[in-house]
Design a binder for this molecule. Structure first.
Ligand code: G
Ligand code: G
Ligand code: MN
Ligand code: NA
Length: 249
């Protein structure tokens, strides 16, 4: 309850910030995008997102926080995009997606930042499938009509991964890191199967949680398009991102 009270004022008190983890092209290792990950500092203590995001969802605070994240992420990405074609990937909760105003909020963030829509990727987790699928399909379509790309995050961990593939026309599938972790055993066959489906359905594929060179090599041999994980970089504060981008080209 205390966390909830603190969280309700986190935006006003300037306690939230984003860190950014690069996603690279598997073919040439160039950075193609960054995933924005939310951080909350409360009285010198970092509260992990796994704790506070669910509280925000529970107490109806996620819309306001999510809007702040979108605005902040688009603003930042807009400054990168002036120099390099680098996209920003923003995580959203089901409650945000189900909001009638969500597409307008996205549109407003794009407008005020002047970020080109194709540089914004919206990541939703598979848990969205517990909600109204028709509404979600409409929201996804509306985002895509604006030029925004949509990803399914943590792919393969939900109870309805195949239904998602069938019912939601997303742009990008992010293979959950649990499969990458087990790539030397069962993960290999599962990722191979996901690659076949993704190719047939015209989805790009990102593999998450790469921690070793060997995992990277195997994923490249399987034709995965993009890679993300501690092997390349942890989520970074903004100043380190600027350095990384400047060093790239
Ligand atoms: O770095 P990591 O501990 O940040 O992220 C933990 C979890 O929190 C991940 O599942 C991630 O998707 C989620 N998360 C991080 N940032 C955001 C955000 O801005 N919005 C939402 N809804 N989830 C986020
Ligand atoms: O659920 P989502 O994929 O949005 O969450 C991203 C989470 O994964 C963040 O907490 C991020 O810090 C974490 N993460 C990113 N790369 C790696 C990695 O290589 N290994 C592990 N264990 N976690 C990672
Ligand atoms: Mn994510
Ligand atoms: Na994930």
């Amino acid at each position: 309850l205390l966390l909830k009270d603190g969280l309700s004022q986190a935006v006003e008190k300037d306690q939230l910030h984003l860190v950014y983890q690069p996603i690279i092209d598997a073919n040439d290792c160039q950075i193609v995008s960054f995933e924005a990950l939310l951080r909350w500092r409360l009285n010198d203590e970092m509260i992990p997102p796994d704790e506070f995001i669910s509280i925000a969802e529970q107490y109806g605070l996620i819309r306001k926080i999510g809007q702040w994240v979108l605005e902040q992420a688009c603003q930042t990405a807009s400054t990168w995009a002036q120099r390099h074609p680098i996209a920003i990937c923003v995580n959203v909760s089901v409650a945000q997606l189900e909001d009638d105003d969500f597409v307008d909020i996205v549109e407003a963030a794009l407008q005020s930042s002047q970020l080109a829509p194709e540089f914004l990727h919206i990541e939703m987790t598979e848990s969205v499938f517990t909600s109204d699928i028709g509404l979600l399909a409409e929201q996804i379509k509306a985002l895509q009509d604006k030029g925004v790309k949509v990803s399914i995050d943590d792919f393969g961990t939900g109870y309805s991964s195949l239904s998602i593939m069938q019912d939601l026309a997303v742009n990008i599938v992010k293979i959950d890191r649990s499969f990458v972790e087990r790539i030397d055993t069962n993960g290999y066959a599962i990722i191979t199967a996901v690659m076949h489906m993704a190719r047939a359905l015209n989805y790009s594929v990102v593999a998450e949680g790469i921690e070793t060179q060997s995992q990277m090599n195997t994923l490249r041999s399987l034709g995965v398009d993009y890679l993300q994980g501690y092997y390349f970089a942890k989520p970074l504060p903004i100043d380190q991102v600027e350095q990384l981008i400047s060093a790239e080209q």
